[in-house]
Design a protein around this ligand. Structure first.
Ligand SMILES: NC(=O)c1ccc[n+]([C@@H]2O[C@H](COP(=O)([O-])OP(=O)(O)OC[C@H]3O[C@@H](n4cnc5c(N)ncnc54)[C@H](OP(=O)(O)O)[C@@H]3O)[C@@H](O)[C@H]2O)c1
Length: 399
């Protein structure tokens, strides 16, 4: 029987890790769930502790002095506006927490640390990446700072020093539910579609025709939790990083009409021939990630910087008086959370809809080691929409 610490225990990924481990009572005797807030009732083998990871290592050491665990799942994350600040804050949160364990002389009790990172490892936020993205791909030069690089370097150094094993995961656009936390793509999509039901019978696609025809991959938080559970205990996964995606490949041309149908809407047959007065366009990094591979793969001089393009600027759209009004009516009629529209991450959704390039991550490495997990992304969307109906975030839909 083992013990584990999960940081970021209320987040979209961390919450599911706590749930996954707590259900396996044969393996996990005790799970220490750490975060500043507490949102869920805990099962018997889970103990929640309030902890602010932005505190000093010395202060944290006092607060966690009674906690001793063999496994650490680090899934805490603090959003910051720019890359430097993101790097500093998230780097220090991990480093100070690890230092707190050393101060308490608990580092040597650890067997393995699982650090949750993401496909930004490959610069998916900077422009077109190499396809498929593989764990053996070289890291991109900094700047711009990549906080995953700092976290992984710190993790490697700590593990080397203390004789601890590590595993790192790279999920992509996560599908899941986190209470009172709308840094969640599926929730934002659900709110967008629910509001459109008040405005007409169509579901306009926020991105461009280019994106509509491209490919994307998702990571369902439940699948990710199953993966980290497997990887933490799998000897071959020691000191390795893994892409973690559902295993299916999606394209908006297939998903969007299904989402429309779920909400009783349809996609206009001339969707992309219509004027787009709210069109927005932004150039991403001056060098796209693929350009750093160009010379060795025969594409030198051929890779242009990527653009983020949307036919609808979702941030502006959500502030339009008719949209706010439609939401107010919907929320009142169905007793929904009135603030949901302001908590939704419109910018994050705009980023996913606006990337004019394919996001394809290989999962061959995990499969070669015996991982067989798979999730149907459309089934995940449907499941989350159903959960959001039950939690009264969106109105019930006719199925
Ligand atoms: N969401 C995605 O689509 C996605 C996609 C790919 C990769 N990732 C990566 O996955 C990792 C986890 O992100 P997530 O999306 O699960 O984050 P999230 O839903 O925003 O959750 C963040 C967690 O961190 C905790 N936290 C934040 N600040 C803290 C602090 N000062 N002290 C203690 N706990 C703190 C939060 O709890 P409290 O606020 O209660 O403290 C929450 O439990 C990140 O590295 C992220 O980049 C996410």
């Amino acid at each position: 029987m083992s013990t584990a610490i999960v940081t970021g225990a209320t987040g979209i990924l961390g919450r599911q890790i706590v749930k996954e481990l707590s259900q396996d009572t044969q393996t996990w005797k005790k799970i220490y769930a750490l975060s500043r807030s507490k949102k869920d009732e805990c099962p018997q083998n889970v103990e929640h502790t309030h902890l602010d990871l932005t505190g000093s290592a010395e202060d944290m050491a006092k607060e966690i002095s009674k906690i001793d665990a063999e496994y650490l799942f680090f899934a805490a994350y603090l959003e910051k506006g720019d890359a430097e600040e993101l790097d500093r804050v998230n780097g220090e949160m991990l480093e100070n927490f690890l230092k707190a364990l050393e101060i308490n002389k608990k580092a040597s009790s650890l067997k393995r640390i699982v650090l949750v990172c993401g496909l930004k490892q490959y610069g998916v936020h900077l422009g077109v990446p190499k396809a498929p993205m593989e764990e053996s791909d070289k890291w991109l030069p900094e700047p711009p700072k990549n906080f995953y690089y700092r976290q992984q370097r710190s993790l490697h150094a700590f593990c080397e020093k203390n004789g601890v094993e590590w595993t790192v995961t790279y999920p992509n656009d996560v599908l899941g539910v986190a209470k009172g936390n709308f840094m969640n793509f599926a929730t934002t999509v659900a709110l967008y579609a629910a509001i459109q039901t008040e405005l007409g019978d169509e579901l306009p696609f926020p991105g461009t025709e280019g994106v509509y025809k491209r490919f994307d991959m998702f990571t369902t938080s439940k699948l990710h939790a199953e993966f980290v559970h497997w990887a933490a205990l799998e000897p071959r996964a020691a000191n390795q990083a893994f892409n973690v995606v559902n295993g299916d490949i999606h394209s908006w041309q297939t998903l969007w009409p299904r989402i429309a149908q779920y909400f009783g809407l349809h996609v206009a047959s001339d969707e992309f021939s219509r004027p787009a007065p709210d069109h927005v366009e932004m150039q991403l990094n001056e060098r796209a990630p693929l350009d750093f591979f160009a010379k060795e793969i025969g594409l030198e001089g051929r890779v242009q910087p990527s653009k983020l393009q949307n036919r609808i600027d979702l941030n502006k759209w959500s502030q339009k008086p008719e949209v706010q009004d439609a939401w107010k009516k919907l929320a009142e009629r169905h007793s929904l959370d009135k603030d949901a529209i302001d908590k939704a991450t419109w910018e994050f959704a705009g980023f996913i809809f606006g990337r004019d390039y394919d996001i394809i991550a290989s999962i061959s490495k995990a499969r070669a080691m015996g991982w067989t997990g798979y999730e149907d992304s459309w089934e995940s969307f449907k499941g989350i929409f159903g959960d959001l109906e039950k939690e009264k975030v969106i109105p019930p839909q006719k199925k």
